[in-house]
Design a protein around this ligand. Structure first.
Ligand SMILES: *Cc1c(COP(=O)(O)O)cnc(C)c1O
Length: 349
């Protein structure tokens, strides 16, 4: 259903363009990320496409890059010189914030909490320390606010988990503008449905608002990967409303809530645990040259494939949010796992 006249849509787009996009003082993106059709066997005439945000930046890609462009720009505008953020010990967000924040001249403080040890988690924390993060270990999520309070000073800008504040979500409003240009240029059909991982919610919220601004017909399915699912979904919906307001979007609330459907049926045991479906989806993706993992992207690709295999005639877009950049340069000179400080080792449970 169309809820806005073209004139209104244009006015909104003009507004968003001026205030939110050209105002980025810290461009990090390499350019529009490619869209690609995957040759997967599915229901009659269904097509599976991928938006390659794994290629968002040469140094380190994935979805945090688009968020950080806006977050770093906002921090600069406010005259801040230090970033304070939080995450699990293997957080992609903490790594990306350290890499891009330090390169832009910010000091970076991260409060870290425990996470099950895996090869990938160890690589992330080694790269994070190598990139120059000042880290503090928190014994639990409950103790995080206390650590954050201690780290916060006048010159510090606080970034919530996953970079999911309004500034971060605006990065994904811009991403949908980029997608709309690709659709209009005939690079891909207008998707009937878009699948994206739902963790801290900034990515899904930005896409939902962007779809409404661009007036694309695509529905958005946000595949919940973090438990409890009700809290993850509620957080995402709140961020949709806040982001819509910041983007100057005047659509009624029901039009916006219609844009976002949260699917929690691929979550399994919870955040970070593999499921049989994610394992199969990772193997399928590998046959198409995509490297996925169990926490976010395997579950999301599984949901996209399940949809494409049952719904004939649809164009299904899977939005890939995991960096595919090599870790080799990020680990040059990094501490080995044995050399990690004891306070960090304790977080690898
Ligand atoms: C952080 C992350 C997500 C989740 O994005 P949110 O905006 O936090 O919902 C998805 N995929 C990958 C690979 C991530 O690192």
């Amino acid at each position: 259903m169309r809820t806005q006249g073209d004139a209104t849509a244009k006015a909104v787009m003009g507004n968003v363009g001026k205030d939110c996009f050209y105002g980025v003082s810290h461009p990090l993106m390499r350019g529009p990320t490619p869209v690609l059709r995957l040759d997967v066997p599915c229901a009659a005439a269904a097509e599976v496409w991928v938006k390659r945000d794994d290629l968002s930046a040469p140094l380190y890609g994935g979805n945090k890059v688009r968020k950080l462009e806006h977050i770093l720009s906002e921090a600069s505008r406010l005259g801040k010189t230090r970033l304070v953020t939080i995450g699990a010990v293997g957080s992609h967000h903490v790594l990306a914030t350290t890499l891009f924040g330090r390169a832009a001249g910010f000091d970076v403080d991260a409060v870290l909490v425990a996470q099950p040890r895996s090869e990938h988690v160890v690589i992330d924390i080694r790269a994070t320390l190598n990139a120059g993060a000042q880290v503090r270990s928190s014994g639990s999520w409950a103790a995080v606010p206390w650590h954050v309070m201690r780290a916060m000073t006048r010159e510090a800008y606080f970034i919530p988990p996953g970079g999911s504040n309004v500034a971060g979500a605006l990065g994904y409003v811009g991403a949908v503008r980029e997608l709309a240009v690709q659709v209009r240029a005939g690079e891909l059909p207008e998707p009937d449905v878009i699948f994206v991982a739902l963790g801290s919610g900034g990515t899904a919220a930005g896409i939902a608002v962007g779809l409404e601004i661009e007036q694309l017909k695509s529905r958005l399915v946000a595949v919940c990967v973090a438990d409890p699912a009700w809290a993850t979904a509620a957080g995402a919906r709140l961020l949709v409303r806040q982001t819509a307001k910041a983007a100057g979007l005047t659509s009624p609330t029901f039009a916006l809530s219609h844009r976002l459907r949260v699917d929690a049926s691929f979550l399994g045991r919870g955040y970070g645990y593999a499921t049989p479906e994610s394992t199969v989806a990772i193997a399928e993706a590998a046959r198409h040259g995509l490297t996925l993992e169990d926490t976010y992207t395997g579950k999301t690709f599984a949901a996209a494939l399940a949809h494409a295999r049952t719904e004939g005639g649809q164009c299904v877009l899977y939005w890939n949010t995991l960096s595919s950049a090599s870790f080799e340069p990020l680990l040059q000179g990094a501490p080995t796992e044995a050399e990690l400080p004891p306070s960090i080792k304790r977080l690898l449970v």
